[in-house]
Design a protein around this ligand. Structure first.
Ligand SMILES: NC(=O)C1=CN([C@@H]2O[C@H](COP(=O)(O)OP(=O)(O)OC[C@H]3O[C@@H](n4cnc5c(N)ncnc54)[C@H](OP(=O)(O)O)[C@@H]3O)[C@@H](O)[C@H]2O)C=CC1
Ligand SMILES: O=C1O[C@H](COP(=O)(O)O)[C@@H](O)[C@H](O)[C@H]1O
Length: 547
């Protein structure tokens, strides 16, 4: 597919007054809806402390679509009928509401082509809302109150008139008060620009900020990604664009810098002198069922590696993330293994092949698994392999970062360990999911007479240490977008650097029609991944784990 020409086909020149429409001026001449001095005010006005001082209950009941409620934050979920909206976005908004993180008078609008009434939207959302295990009191009441703030508008994604109608409805709810507007684009990428154009021209805030959260994929190579950025920037400033990579909102990923920079036992070791290799592992125990149409155009390298795993790598290795990405060596095809799952029968149950999906061509070469060795050519990481592995339809669902340390020089206890010295090196594991944990494999004397050594874990298991539910990544990121905190969102220069690293490899795989190694659904993936690791003197750390 020639993505640069067709994917963003709606990227047309804005009318002359487009930017004027979108950047309304306040009395001091600053654009009100760009992040500016005004933004700070808006951001602070929705801080938790503020919402605590103004009880949310004050403004109920709310349910009539034309009712004026003085909303000061209007969130529009574009693609509200879709999978991500139901699964993640509405539940995350409810969790924020439940925990009093949203401002007093917020409203949520669902927008999609599907015809629905407000009531039908509420019914749809209500099926996916849950209260935290430790916060069950008033759960039903809170859900009702939240749902009363949810409304729906059906419209086309490329219709300025439909967005004008949305604007009118939003205005009714805002009753002329200062109100900020957040749009969440939970839609396929080929309509991102249409929506941004219509929303910016017809439904941006007149007197507050307007921000747009954009879901991945941000293009499918350097050219299409740059084109997307160029098109979005015809209607939005970079400060208004919040490119979401939900892995950056995961608790353990947030914790990475804290672990490194606030522990003297780690920070001095964070370099080539002590670290032998780093492994970034993502696996899912289900296939692309239901998403084959999207997936076949992207594949696992674009779906997981180029974004989630690379962002984690950059955070792990950072001087600053962009600097790290720019210091990375071009990935060589011989340092990459690709795979695709095939059908499998297990215990009388049959599991489909990737190409059994009716939306996937029978002869598809799209990888559902990939492993790669990457290198950072800077003083800190020279020669340290960063191994990535990502796959669908594997034996387990897991995401983790594994840091394998070097051997102890002249190890005094060598003979107490047997022959496999690799098994004696320390390994730090950050288990991102499931069951968040940080553990360090250390060597220890087995209690008793004699000198027998053993490997044990110093284990920080989050559910034992912090017995409260961990917020979903989407909660953190939605809140950050509302507060104007951009730290966990992808900047355009970062995105560009990430694509520059992967685009030549992706093109080579596609041009040479590299056939993926087939692996059975539910297995540990292609054996090629083990040869790749061995070539770099690495043993995958997740091999010993029994499921
Ligand atoms: N689902 C997931 O787990 C994840 C999704 N994402 C990204 O989030 C975004 C939304 O994902 P998801 O909810 O799964 O997507 P869906 O395929 O469910 O699409 C969302 C909505 O967009 C509309 N839509 C779908 N296809 C088209 C089309 N071809 N043309 C116009 N409108 C269409 C439909 O609404 P209607 O017909 O009512 O207009 C649909 O309900 C995508 O960019 C995806 O890549 C990112 C990470 C994970
Ligand atoms: O972005 C994506 O992420 C999901 C996995 O997210 P997780 O939070 O459930 O681990 C993946 O299934 C999907 O293919 C990909 O697009």
């Amino acid at each position: 597919m020639d993505s640069s020409s067709s994917l963003w086909n709606s990227c047309i020149q804005p009318r002359n007054n487009a930017m004027n429409n979108f950047q309304l001026k306040c009395s001091n001449g600053h654009p009100l809806n760009a992040v500016s001095s005004h933004d700070g005010v808006a951001g602070s006005s929705i801080a938790k402390e503020d919402s605590k001082t103004q009880p949310i209950e004050a403004s109920f009941p709310l349910s009539d679509a034309s009712e004026c409620i003085g909303s000061n934050l209007s969130i529009t979920v574009v693609g509200a009928s879709g999978d991500l909206a139901k699964k993640k976005i509405f539940p995350a908004l409810f969790a924020l509401y439940y925990e009093d993180w949203l401002p007093e008078n917020f409203i949520v609008y669902g927008y999609a082509r599907t015809k629905m009434t407000d009531e039908e939207l509420r019914n749809m959302i209500s099926r996916t809302l849950t209260c935290r295990i430790d916060k069950r009191e008033n759960c039903e009441d809170k859900m009702d109150q939240f749902l009363k703030r949810c409304f729906y508008h059906s419209g086309l994604y490329n219709s300025e008139d439909d967005f004008s109608d949305l604007d009118s409805k939003l205005k009714e709810k805002e009753c002329g008060k200062d109100s900020n507007r957040l749009f969440y684009l939970s839609i396929p990428p080929n309509i991102f620009v249409d929506v941004v154009k219509c929303a910016s021209l017809k439904a941006s805030s007149r007197n507050g900020w307007t921000r747009v959260i954009v879901e991945k994929p941000f293009g499918r190579d350097s050219e299409s990604s740059r084109e997307l950025t160029r098109c979005l920037k015809q209607y939005l400033t970079e400060e208004q664009i919040f490119r979401i990579d939900h892995y950056l909102g995961k608790e353990l990923v947030e914790n990475l810098s804290v672990l490194r920079f606030s522990n003297l036992v780690f920070e001095p070791l964070w370099c080539r002198n002590y670290i032998r290799n780093v492994q970034l592992i993502f696996s899912e125990d289900f296939g692309t069922e239901g998403r084959g149409g999207y997936f076949d155009n992207y594949g696992i390298i674009r779906d997981i590696m180029q974004n989630h795993l690379l962002q984690i790598l950059a955070l792990f290795a950072m001087e600053t993330p962009v600097k790290v990405l720019r210091s990375m060596r071009q990935i060589q095809l011989e340092d990459v293994v690709v795979g695709q799952y095939k059908g499998h029968n297990k215990s009388g149950k049959s599991y489909p092949a990737y190409t059994d999906d009716p939306t996937v061509p029978k002869d598809s070469l799209t990888p559902t698994f990939a492993a790669a060795a990457l290198f950072i050519d800077n003083a800190r990481w020279d020669g340290v392999p960063f191994l990535m592995k990502a796959g669908k339809a594997l034996h387990t669902r897991r995401a983790e970062i594994r840091v394998q340390f070097r051997h102890v020089p002249g190890n005094l206890y060598k003979r107490n360990f047997g022959t496999d010295l690799d098994k004696t090196t320390n390994e730090l594991v950050l288990r991102v999911q499931p069951d968040e944990a940080i553990y360090l494999k250390i060597n220890n004397k087995v209690p008793g007479l004699g000198m027998r050594l053993d490997r044990s874990d110093l284990n920080l298991l989050f559910r034992s240490r912090y017995p409260r539910e961990i917020p979903d990544a989407y909660e953190r990121l939605l809140l950050d977008a509302i507060e104007g905190e951009r730290r966990l969102f992808i900047r355009s220069d970062e995105l560009d650097a990430a694509w520059s690293l992967f685009t030549p490899l992706l093109k080579e795989i596609e041009n040479k029609k590299i056939a993926p190694e087939l692996y059975p659904y539910g297995s540990r993936g292609p054996v090629g991944a083990h040869y790749l690791a061995a070539k770099h003197n690495v043993r995958w750390g997740d091999l010993g784990i029994e499921e």
